[in-house]
Design a binder for this molecule. Structure first.
Ligand code: AMP
Length: 383
């Protein structure tokens, strides 16, 4: 029997830092929090396997019930345009991408090596955050920089959140009642990290994140698009080192930076409603920049079947959805305010019947997408 049933879900947080812990939720809703030092990823995976099979908290009788393991791998560079079975060669290629994803690919590889050691006979699959965007044409992925920098360092736009954009696009196609290969979509993944993707005939032709996840929309703590000269100016004026600029742009900017309050939009609304001007401004910039990206992708695509909102903010924040699509009747986009409020936090259509462009809330499910890819690839490999 095949189901999409979740037997358990969880996370190990703050690996290698103070306060690391494992959170685990069983199918029956029982929640478990285990605190303890988790210094590295190998230990984290041992911890997870232990909890999964524990008599008290577990979801599995034994590790033998695990047929395959799927990994989210952040950067596949130009080497991967789809999910793959992990082999020594695949590991080598993921290693070759460390240069362009120094914070993400090493822990992803640690996870893969840990499973290799702990479950040596279990096949593993890598699902890349960049893969879905490998269909972008050169005109959208080459930066207007000296061309040799692309050849020399592979500096280009890659895009991220690909698994999420692909998943919600597939769901949107089902709602539209036609094959994904005939759908033009704008998918907005608005979580702590935010990106928008233009999908033409089912494939990604442009997305707002670039060489790194810093480009594009304003995010929780990332600036998104800024004039690159600001970096040079600040380095000189404030005598900043590279890691300080990195922290400024990635961790201290965005909603947090402008509001001075939080990266969490809920806390920003709370303060804005109390009359805090900076909080109000942060929300307005977020909406304005999102609207500009949506508008630019409308122009790029020409015909759009649907706009999709997903992830923490996209699924839960009715104001962001309503305002980012306000006054766009001339583009064929009309959000039904009542439906938008009623359906908050649920899946469904929030546009009016007259709206030429459908607007959907579709909760993302990257874990399910990874599980499906893993199952398909492992089964194909067996046959
Ligand atoms: P994600 O990265 O998808 O987990 O999204 C995290 C972000 O979603 C948080 O920083 C919040 O800004 C936002 N978020 C989560 N839940 C809600 C909610 N109920 N209402 C509004 N925003 C939310």
């Amino acid at each position: 029997l095949e189901t999409n049933e979740i037997l358990g879900s969880g996370i190990v947080e703050k690996i290698g830092m103070k306060g690391s812990c494992l959170k685990h939720m069983r199918a029956d809703g029982q929640k478990i929090l285990l605190e303890g030092e988790v210094l590295e990823h190998q230990t984290a995976i041992e911890y997870i396997l232990g909890v999964l099979t524990s008599k008290r908290h577990g979801a599995l009788k034994s590790l033998e019930e695990i047929d395959a393991v799927g990994h989210r791998v952040v950067h596949g560079g130009e080497k991967f345009n789809k999910s793959v079975l992990i082999t020594d060669e695949v590991i080598r290629k993921i290693e070759e991408c460390i240069d362009i994803a120094p914070l993400h690919n090493p822990p992803n590889l640690s996870g893969i090596h840990a499973i290799e050691e702990l479950l040596p006979s279990v096949p593993q699959v890598a699902v890349f955050d960049t893969a879905f965007h490998q269909t972008m044409p050169k005109v959208s992925y080459i930066y207007p920089l000296p061309y040799n920098l692309y050849n020399k360092y592979k500096i280009r736009r890659y895009g991220f959140h690909g698994t999420s954009h692909r998943y919600v696009a597939e769901q949107a196609a089902v709602k539209l009642g036609k094959p994904l290969s005939r759908c033009n979509l704008i998918t907005c993944h608005l979580g702590n990290g935010c990106s928008v993707t233009a999908i033409q005939n089912g494939i990604s032709i442009d997305t707002s994140m670039g060489f790194t996840p810093l480009e594009g929309l304003m995010m929780g703590t990332r600036s998104g698009d800024i004039d690159p000269y600001i970096v040079l100016y600040l380095m000189e004026k404030e005598d900043l080192a590279i890691d300080e600029v990195n922290s400024l742009l990635n961790k201290q900017s965005g909603l947090l930076g402008v509001s001075g309050i939080s990266n969490d939009i809920r806390l920003i609304w709370d303060e804005a409603n109390k009359g805090n001007d900076q909080a109000k401004l942060a929300s307005e910039i977020f909406i304005y920049r999102l609207k500009k990206y949506i508008g630019s992708y409308l122009a790029v695509l020409g015909r759009v079947d649907a706009i999709v909102f997903t992830a923490g903010i996209g699924e839960n924040d009715e104001i962001i959805r309503e305002k980012s699509l306000a006054d766009m009747e001339n583009f064929g986009i009309i959000v039904d305010k009542n439906k938008n409020t009623e359906l908050n936090r649920q899946e469904g259509e929030i546009s009016t019947p007259e709206s030429k462009v459908k607007v959907y809330i579709i909760p993302t499910n990257e874990e399910l997408a990874i599980a499906r890819d893993t199952k398909t690839i492992v089964e194909n490999h067996r046959t």
